[in-house]
Design a protein around this ligand. Structure first.
Ligand code: GLN
Length: 305
């Protein structure tokens, strides 16, 4: 396995030259777009690493399925899906175009920014700090890494430049999807996106979903299986934004990407995979990361279809 991962990194390394690191969040543009790393964790907890797997990066949109899990635990399906839909958009992750044309004005799914901000607004807690701590605590548990924390530079950079997310959030309050203090909700969203991880953390998070909510740390199921099924289904239909259909055909693994260039994969009952490759394609997904996953899926027959 180790050799296979190494071989796939070498084979696909050149793809890093075909994309660019995100620049709309200035701090993300400082990432080295030449990096490419992968970590795979199997059900027995065995870990395989290759390439630039030690690189640290922020979870960005990979936070969306995890925060959705917490919102579902906190509120139940009915409340969550009153605020956000279950359908793919076919539009970019930060698009606002359908918000006004659809009736009711409800974000189409929890994997686009509009839907994720609505989901974040549902996290319970007495204060902003308690809400964020509950999010961070879940990330720490499922990544098997009690040291996870925010990258302050990325958080402040996104908070300063996040006007598109701000527009989306104020619009959502106007139409009654968001309730309460918009700046506080946005702050929580920017924080969740800025949690810093490595490929191994991401592979463990994927493994948690692959393992139907079983927490290796405590040896218990900490999330009901059916909720992890909902989340993995969104990862299939919307996890790679408007490239989800092509990705489902070529890779066929429930996955979620982030603009940092990370991809979190959950191969049901088999393994979790974490990939980093900050060079992105035009849809905001890691260009070399997807190539590696295409090869890996074929080599190991990982497609769920
Ligand atoms: N923090 C990013 C944003 O809101 C997350 C987007 C992403 O990873 N695609 O724009």
């Amino acid at each position: 396995m180790q050799l296979l991962l190494k071989k796939l990194i070498e084979k696909n390394r050149d793809w890093v030259n075909h994309g660019k690191a995100a620049n709309y969040i200035p701090e993300l543009n400082k990432m080295d777009s030449k990096n490419l790393g992968v970590v795979l964790v199997d059900t027995g907890g065995k870990v395989y690493r290759a390439g630039d797997y030690q690189v640290k990066f922020t979870v960005q949109s990979m936070s969306k399925p995890i925060v959705l899990l917490l919102a579902l635990l906190d509120n139940g399906e009915d409340t969550v899906f009153k605020k956000v839909g279950k359908e793919p958009t076919g539009d970019p992750f930060n698009s606002m175009v359908k918000l006004e044309t659809l009736n009711p004005s409800k974000p189409l799914n929890p994997m686009i920014n509009a839907g994720a901000i609505a989901v974040t607004s549902l996290i319970r807690g007495k204060s902003k700090e308690e809400k964020f701590f509950r999010i961070l605590d879940l990330f720490r548990k499922i990544s098997q890494n009690p040291k996870l924390d925010i990258n302050m530079d990325v958080y402040l950079s996104e908070k300063k430049t996040g006007d598109r997310n701000r527009s989306i959030a104020y619009f959502l309050r106007d139409v009654g999807i968001l309730e309460g203090d918009v700046e506080e909700i946005l702050d929580l969203y920017f924080r969740q996106c800025s949690i810093e991880v490595t490929c191994e953390d991401v592979a463990n998070m994927g493994m948690f979903l692959a393992n139907q909510g079983f927490d290796r740390g405590s040896g218990k199921n900490i999330v009901p299986k059916y909720l992890t099924q909902i989340v993995k289904t969104f990862m299939v239909t919307c996890g790679m934004y408007d490239a989800s259909g092509e990705y489902a055909i070529n890779v066929g693994i429930p996955s979620k990407s982030g603009v940092s260039g990370g991809i979190m994969c959950a191969v049901p009952n088999k393994m979790g995979i974490g990939v980093i490759g900050p060079a992105l394609d035009l849809k905001g997904n890691s260009i070399a990361g997807i190539k590696i996953l295409e090869d890996l899926s074929k080599e190991l027959k990982l497609s769920i279809f």
